[in-house]
Ligand binder design. Sequence first.
Ligand code: CA
Length: 225
Amino acid sequence: MAHILLVEDEENLHSFLKLELEYEGYEVTVSENGKEALELFHRNQYDMVLLDLMLPGINGLEVCRRIREESMVPIIMLTARDTVMDRITGLQLGADDYLPKPFDTQELLARMKGIFRRIQYTQTNDAVQLTFKDLKLDIMSRQVMRGSNTIELTNKEFELLHVFMKNINRVLTRDILLEQVWGYEHVVETNVVDVYIRYLRNKLDENNKEEYIQTVRGVGYVMRQ
Ligand code: CA
């Protein structure tokens, strides 16, 4: 049974969500503030964190950043502030998904399942290790090396690189990348792909010379051997 850490200060919302999630078979621990959530996170093992943005004390973005310093646990940000800026900041800090309030419980459940499914997919499918030029991607340990250096990637960056490395020489459109990395159920702006390609390039290649991921103008991106 997946154990969910639900960090939400609005009592009506967290009691309702807890019941719904438990009904779906999840084990749920609720925390109403960021400080306690981080303490709980350090003491226990969670399979996913649902994280409100506006929290008393330490806010959701900061909680997300601190969790990411030590864990790749999936994080969905829940927030009333639906601005592109918040969304990009949340994703940049390593959140896997972002759901503006008010949201439908079914929508949340679909996104949670999507994330669990993708994690399982990247963990169990095909080769254990993929290589491209001097890059090595290990699927089991979710580790990426360039030569002998480890490259630290967020979940999404890792999944994006994984899709490229499974499709060497194949041009991938933004739609294909969105579908593979963010999932069918996820509606985000296609420029999220471009934003993530930029993050990934910066991490893979400090000079950002398109050495690894090349742009195919008007079509998408490719890793060409
Ligand atoms: Ca709140």
